[in-house]
Design a protein around this ligand. Structure first.
Ligand code: SF4
Ligand SMILES: [Zn+2]
Length: 118
């Protein structure tokens, strides 16, 4: 898959998971907003990290990334969100989850192939 397409999908996935977390915790949102201000800030941060991600071609989950480019406080925040929202993704967005699982599988294969070729 095209790296830029993967980047956009990753950004969409992280925003969706943050949305599940925000709604699930009944955070107070301004009228017309999908996220509360704190979750909006976290989503903007995560989207920016993915925008600058140097491992986009081979990355699967940020949680297993050897670089982990998040600041410590943000890392803790996103881990909390992922623990809650990740498992609920399958229920709320089954197609997006399956697609993400497929991308992860594809990435793992690419990584294995790269390791074998070295
Ligand atoms: S944590 Fe790793 S995979 Fe995730 S955005 Fe940062 S560098 Fe990329
Ligand atoms: Zn929120």
């Amino acid at each position: 898959m095209n790296v830029e397409k993967k980047r956009r999908q990753e950004q969409q996935t992280v925003k969706t998971i943050i949305g599940i977390y925000c709604h699930g915790h009944h955070h107070r949102r301004e009228p017309g907003e999908k996220l509360c201000p704190e979750c909006q800030a976290l989503a903007a941060y995560a989207v920016e990290r993915i925008e600058k991600c140097p491992r986009m071609e081979v990355k699967s989950f940020c949680s297993v990334c050897p670089i982990h480019c998040y600041a410590p406080a943000k890392r803790e925040e996103i881990q909390k969100v992922m623990r809650y929202g990740g498992p609920r993704m399958l229920l709320h967005h089954p197609l997006m989850t399956l697609h993400h699982m497929f991308l992860t599988w594809q990435t793992k294969r690419l990584e294995e192939k790269t390791n074998c070729d070295m």
